[in-house]
Design a protein around this ligand. Structure first.
Ligand code: AMP
Ligand code: MG
Length: 481
């Protein structure tokens, strides 16, 4: 038998018991591997050939527990659309943390692996379509250089899950630098002792900010750093036109990775009000709201760790407020920096923000495709005939020419920062339909290949750059995942 090279440690299981319940995945009847991420497997120090064997697949299905894994479901809470709830892993189980040959630590989590004490009314299961969707989009995000959880494998279970209709069940193996969430801290603050809250905060510092374990003001530092990472993350989402769709506090990580690919989708036509999720009727999580929601979530994080910031409550509140007040500026700095690179600018001028705002406004009024507008600028294939566009283009060219860069260098900078393609909803749906309805994974394989280097500007990618036909709009994502 080949050795898969699982190499587990279980630091989360050493936290106080309140933070989890030990539980094994529920076995499934007929597991079958449908997609394996070989390059990710290699970077985790795993042997892809062994993972594909019957014993290897049994682990992805939850039918076999690797030696030294200590499976558990994590407890957490969260504000869902503004309302506070007790949640927890209702259909996910953490097998443990894989220690890579380089000594890095990654959570290995099965999603769709059966009921847990946190399942509430749910069946603990997942359907194939949504798990493949998470696989495609999270891997695309990784290729965009956006921090994200990743997808190692999807197996079908041979069992049916009941949603609006009967669907084929599946389990996704998710890889994350941790699954600590803002909601984990909310849970500790609401139901834990101060010692438990502190143990969680110390754990987060140790795991994500090693070297700062004994810093005197480490909890304030934790707040600042989590805030920075989230500001940087959401700026990246905005720059690429990603709409997360369900930015509840349980879906916001401490690591700064994107997590929970449910109703997410990429914007085609530029419009800040873009919403894809069928349940987000108020547009709370619309594209243009994401930075504000991130700030709101960070405020919930600050509240949760308040008792750790200072012994006196008033002082603690003051420190928290001072810190989170910086979020909007921090976010804008990251965003503006990213927008400059998208427009081929390596210097800073006072008027840049205005110039960028004008382009976005033009896109909005002319219903221009967000990605393809930047793509056209990067390729120097600008053929917008509207006079306002031409006028903007002239001013942008003048701005570009005020820097010490050759035309080639400008174009290179732009190509590096404007994806030639995004996972367009109609193309993702087409891939999922072939896989789920016909068991044909070739459409998805091609899409994954094209998306694996979205900045390549290859011939193969041209086809994926086409926006959807008007009949494919408006696109809606459904939460019955
Ligand atoms: P999500 O919308 O994916 O962030 O999930 C919100 C909460 O619902 C989490 O606690 C999930 O574990 C739980 N959940 C989602 N789907 C199911 C399901 N089919 N069975 C049990 N729990 C679920
Ligand atoms: Mg979630």
């Amino acid at each position: 038998m080949l050795n898969t090279n699982w190499n587990f440690d279980n630091s989360y299981a050493r936290l106080p018991e309140r933070f989890f319940t030990r539980i094994n995945p529920t076995p499934v009847s007929a597991p079958e591997l449908v997609v394996l991420n070989r390059s990710l497997a290699a970077s985790l120090g795993l042997n892809a050939a062994a993972l594909e064997s019957e014993e290897g697949v049994a682990v992805f299905a939850g039918n076999r527990i690797p030696e030294e894994a200590e499976p558990l479901a994590q407890a957490y809470a969260g504000h869902q659309f503004g309302y506070f709830n007790m949640l927890g892993d209702g259909r996910a189980i953490l097998l443990g943390e894989q220690i890579t040959p380089q000594g890095e630590r990654f959570d290995i989590q099965l999603k769709g692996s059966g009921r847990t004490p946190y399942s509430r009314g749910g069946d603990g299961r997942a359907a194939l379509g949504p798990m493949l969707r998470e696989y495609i989009i999270s891997e695309a995000m990784h290729a965009f250089r956006i921090p994200t959880t990743r997808s190692l494998a999807v197996v079908t279970t041979g069992e049916v899950v009941i949603r609006e209709t009967e669907l084929l069940g599946a389990v996704l193996t998710r890889v994350a630098s941790s699954h600590l969430r803002v909601g984990t801290f909310q849970y500790a603050a609401q139901w834990g002792t101060i010692e438990e809250l502190q143990a969680l905060a110390d754990y987060a510092v140790q795991r994500h900010f090693p070297g700062f374990e004994n810093a005197p003001n480490r909890y304030l530092f934790l707040l600042e750093e989590v805030m920075k990472r989230q500001a940087a993350l959401v700026a990246k989402w905005q720059l690429v036109g990603f709409v997360h769709g369900v930015m509840n506090t349980d879906n916001m990580t401490i690591s700064g990775e994107t997590i929970d690919y449910g109703p997410c989708a990429f914007m085609d036509v530029y419009d800040p009000r873009t919403v894809f999720s069928s349940i987000d009727t108020q547009g709370r999580y619309a594209y243009g709201n994401q930075p504000y929601i991130a700030g709101w979530n960070i405020a919930r994080f600050a509240e949760s760790i308040l008792p750790l910031l200072h012994d006196e409550e008033e002082k603690a509140i003051e420190l928290a407020q001072e810190t989170i007040a910086q979020f909007p500026t921090l976010y804008e700095t990251y965003w503006l920096q990213g927008m400059r690179t998208k427009l081929g600018l390596c210097t800073e001028e006072e008027e840049d923000k205005k110039l960028i705002g004008e382009l976005l406004h033009l896109m909005y009024t002319h219903r221009a495709d967000y990605t393809n507008t930047f793509r056209a600028l990067a390729l120097d294939e600008w053929d917008f005939c509207a006079e306002e566009f031409r006028d903007w283009h002239t001013r942008w060219q003048a701005r570009v020419n005020r820097q010490d860069m050759t035309k080639d260098e400008v174009q290179q900078l732009m190509r590096l920062n404007n994806p030639a393609i995004i996972p367009r909803n109609h193309r993702v749906e087409e891939a999922l339909e072939a896989a789920v309805e016909r068991g044909d994974y070739s459409v998805m394989e091609r899409l994954l290949h094209a998306l694996s280097d979205p900045y390549a500007y290859t011939k193969e990618q041209d086809d994926y750059a086409q926006p959807p036909a008007p009949s494919d709009r408006p696109y809606r994502t459904f939460c019955g995942t």
